[in-house]
Ligand binder design. Structure first.
Ligand code: CDP
Length: 806
């Protein structure tokens, strides 16, 4: 028996399947500089485009004169809205049901908006020529503060739709209003608030920031006039969707469009939408008949492509004196900038903001969201989170802390008291979601024990006394966040993009020699898909992961998929992969039965082979079966061994986690030091623990950035501040704290392998954890809610406001 067990263990190890810390196969090329990115592409005769951008946040365009630019040697063409208009391409549709200017026609609506596109023989000539395009502007008053958008005398921003009083999501209350979205039981919620023992109400601002991937957005378009075919390489998180959009807006048949997303240097939501640069490179190539490349610089990326957040959330909780939460009420004012280019599933104008009841059993709730236009860049993407989930979790996790403070209760104890219990799953939330699985109490206990919560609170009490006595100038904050994510969009009944249901796909082919190629509809941007999908297949069909090649990103070869964002790859395409593999295994079983001359039912699966029940020495390995599939399949069976699956998930998955942060803040400088950060994540079945840890490290680092300094700010005139890495906080190894990671495993009951997503959880849970640590540090001094970002300057100002400075 021991020998058999040992043999099985050795064979299992050889597969490098699920649960193993397989090294990332893609890193071989990435660490040797052999990755292939869009900007690496060099095609014969290729031209380069660059944008003329508006210096104004809001202005009328009186005239555009391109003659000086066109006269510069090396300039081939200059496109303006006048050139695109006859083609119907001066506006493009957004994912949110709005339209967005490709090149500004009569007005500019945000600083750095695209006004003209210069195409030249090299990037530098194109850049020089942008300065030779003469644009005459008449400056107009601008709106920076979203609370002023709907004032009666506010300047009308979108004159192109000012008479359209119904938008994509219903009636508009004002020409600068985009939508109102409401969910929950208002009457019941209001009634609970009217009679509650204790209530809290706070304006919680999740400020505007930007996903800032290291590689900016870029594209190369190459139109073959003879074949009438367009090839478009680009930094696309969802290549198939881009192909469909290009077909719809260009009129080119979809089969004549080849979209290729090569290696991508980070996305974080920034590379989901469609940008003016993509359209202009395509138009340039179609008009000129040669390839046209567009590569954004850093300032263009930060100031014009999709921003994130900018949610102003009036958040209320009602509770009993004993701390049982009875109701939640939230109003969000959402600043969408100049165009509604939010990347959400079509029916969700505020994404999954209605996950804002969090990890708590709150009987009734009501959420209302108003979206408004301002003179800022458009977007509203899910920056390393599922749609608006970081905002939702920030709202509930800050609100719970404020309630604990008001009740004089410990913040961890209040959470535990209100957690959804393990036996309540599947749990129906007051705002409409069915949470698949969870064990919050176990996770919280493990986290509190590991961090030594009780001792930390005792230490904090001593420090507070010492501070009050004037013996120290340091404040100690303990941040807690217990989050529930909602990932894996999603079921067709509630999720589509431009009418296409949000399924995903996998196609697996076993070659005669037993090696494998598999293609998915998703697209890795650093998450390690080439490594982890192979692990799923390895475990399912018993072929070593090293013999399995994973390919994504080419719409000609990959099955149609909705792409990678919102941690949907594992919940959706990962499920498709397992199901496709199981189809192959079922066929393999029939072949093995034929080979072994037994009935299929007499076979059992054993790691990498089918063996005859009770006769372990009689077996056929998957490799042998693969050969037989091409050589001698059973009579009446078609040869070959391959399968495809388009997986439509029955539900989202709901990963969760318990995070703790210990922070020390010097009140005189405002400098905050993260002493400890502990992150316990539960993403169900874990495919690759090493990759999960890497995902958690990355997500926490971006959470640290957002909470502690990262911001896209505008001055009164709509000038964008923070549009370069001089001003925009991007933490390096120097600032980044040390991360302690941990986990529990609560599988998803509806996912074929029980896995939930994880890529974004640490960001979602991390932001409120940092903010809670800062707020907790100052809470005993009566600071009230302190808005993010918590950079040293702002914390110094808190000290000043509280008269703490000596
Ligand atoms: O959609 P995206 O790839 O960003 O997110 P994800 O599905 O959360 O996966 C991120 C990475 O973590 C992938 O390489 C997954 O295979 C891996 N992962 C894992 O090993 N186990 C899980 N339960 C979830 C994700």
């Amino acid at each position: 028996q021991t020998r058999i067990d040992q043999d099985r263990a050795e064979r299992t190890e050889k597969l490098q399947g699920m649960g193993c810390k397989r090294k990332r196969v893609e890193d071989i090329r990435f660490t040797q500089g052999k990755g292939s990115y869009v900007d690496d592409l060099k095609l014969p005769g290729m031209l380069f485009g660059d944008f003329v951008r508006s210096p104004h946040a809001h202005a009328r365009i009186k005239s555009i004169d391109t003659s000086r630019a066109k006269a510069l040697p090396g300039v081939i063409a200059v496109l303006t809205a006048a050139d695109l208009k006859p083609l119907g391409l001066h506006y493009m549709p957004t994912l949110a049901g709005d339209v967005q200017a490709v090149l500004a026609e009569e007005k500019v609506l945000f600083q750095n908006q695209e006004v003209a596109f210069v195409i030249a023989v090299d990037r530098y000539i194109a850049s020089d020529a942008t300065e030779l395009v003469d644009v005459e502007y008449e400056a107009l008053p601008c709106i920076v503060d979203p609370f002023k958008s709907m004032l009666p005398d506010a300047p009308i921003l979108r004159e192109d739709i000012q008479d359209k009083m119904t938008g994509a999501h219903g009636p508009r209350k004002h020409p600068n209003h985009i939508f109102e979205w409401m969910i929950g039981d208002k009457e019941a919620t209001d009634a609970v608030f009217a009679n509650a023992d204790v209530t809290i109400k706070e304006m919680l601002v999740d400020h505007r920031t930007h996903p800032s991937p290291l590689e900016t957005c870029q594209s190369v378009a190459s139109f073959d006039k003879v074949k009438g075919e367009l090839t478009l390489w680009g930094t696309f998180q969802a290549p198939h969707v881009i192909r469909t959009v290009v077909s719809l807006i260009s009129g080119l048949p979809e089969h004549k469009i080849h979209v290729i997303a090569p290696d991508i240097g980070g996305g974080f939501g920034n590379k989901v939408g469609a940008y003016a640069g993509y359209v202009c490179s395509v138009v340039g190539s179609i008009v000129l008949g040669v390839p046209v490349k567009w590569v954004e610089d850093r300032m263009e990326n930060l100031s014009t492509t999709s921003f994130a957040r900018d949610y102003h959330m009036t958040t209320e909780l009602a509770a009993t004196k004993e701390g049982k939460i009875l109701a939640m009420r939230v109003h969000v004012l959402a600043d969408h900038g100049a165009f509604d280019a939010c990347a959400d599933p079509s029916k969700w104008p505020a994404g999954f903001m209605n996950i804002c009841t969090g990890s708590y059993d709150i009987p009734v709730a009501h959420l209302a969201v108003d979206g408004v236009y301002t003179n800022k860049a458009s977007g509203g993407v899910a920056y390393r989170c599922s749609f608006r989930v970081t905002e939702a979790v920030f709202a509930i996790e800050r609100a719970v802390e404020l309630l604990a403070h008001k009740l004089g209760m410990d913040a961890a104890e209040l959470r535990i008291k209100n957690f959804i219990k393990a036996e309540q799953f599947p749990y129906q939330s007051a705002l409409g979601w069915e949470y698949d699985s969870g064990d919050y109490h176990t996770a919280m206990k493990k986290a509190m024990d590991t961090i030594g919560y009780k001792e930390l609170r005792e230490e904090q009490a001593r420090k507070r006394e010492a501070f009050t006595r004037g013996e120290t100038r340091e404040l100690m904050g303990i941040g807690i966040s217990f989050f529930t994510e909602i990932v894996g969009a999603g079921p067709a009944k509630n999720c589509d993009i431009l009418g296409i249901a949000m399924f995903d796909s996998a196609e697996i082919r076993i070659h005669p020699t037993g090696s494998v190629i598999a293609r998915m509809g998703t697209k890795s941007q650093g998450q390690g898909h080439e490594t982890t999908y192979a692990q799923i297949i390895a475990t399912e069909i018993g072929i070593p992961a090293d013999d399995i090649m994973i390919e994504e990103g080419n719409t000609d070869t990959a099955p149609y998929g909705l792409g990678t964002y919102g941690s949907r790859s594992t919940p959706v395409a990962g499920a498709a992969t397992a199901v496709a593999a199981r189809k192959i295994k079922a066929k393999a079983q029939m072949i093995a039965a034929h080979m072994l001359e037994v009935h299929e039912g007499d076979l059992e699966w054993d790691v990498d082979r089918f063996r005859v029940k009770g006769l372990p020495e009689k077996f056929k390995t998957m490799k042998e079966i693969a050969w037989a599939a091409y050589n001698s399949p059973p009579p009446n069976m078609e040869p070959g061994l391959e399968a495809v699956n388009y997986y439509e998930p029955p539900n989202m998955t709901y990963p969760f986690g318990a995070y703790f942060c210990v922070m020390d803040i010097d009140v005189d400088t405002g400098v905050a030091k993260t002493r400890r950060f502990y992150a316990l994540d539960d993403c169900g079945t874990r495919i690759n623990p090493m990759i999960i840890e890497g995902q958690v490290h990355g997500g926490l680092t971006e959470a640290f950035a957002c909470a502690m300094g990262q911001e896209i700010r505008y001055d009164e005139q709509g000038n964008v501040m923070g549009a370069s890495f001089m001003d925009f906080f991007l933490p390096t190894a120097v600032e980044t704290p040390h991360w302690e990671t941990d986990h529990t495993v609560t599988p998803s009951p509806h996912h074929p392998i029980g896995a939930k997503g994880v890529g974004e959880s640490p960001h979602v849970g991390g932001v409120p954890c940092f903010s809670n640590a800062v707020n907790d540090a100052y809470a005993f001094l009566g600071a009230g809610h302190i808005q993010m970002p918590h950079d040293a300057w702002r914390l110094w100002k808190v000290g000043e406001k509280l008269n703490l400075h000596q």
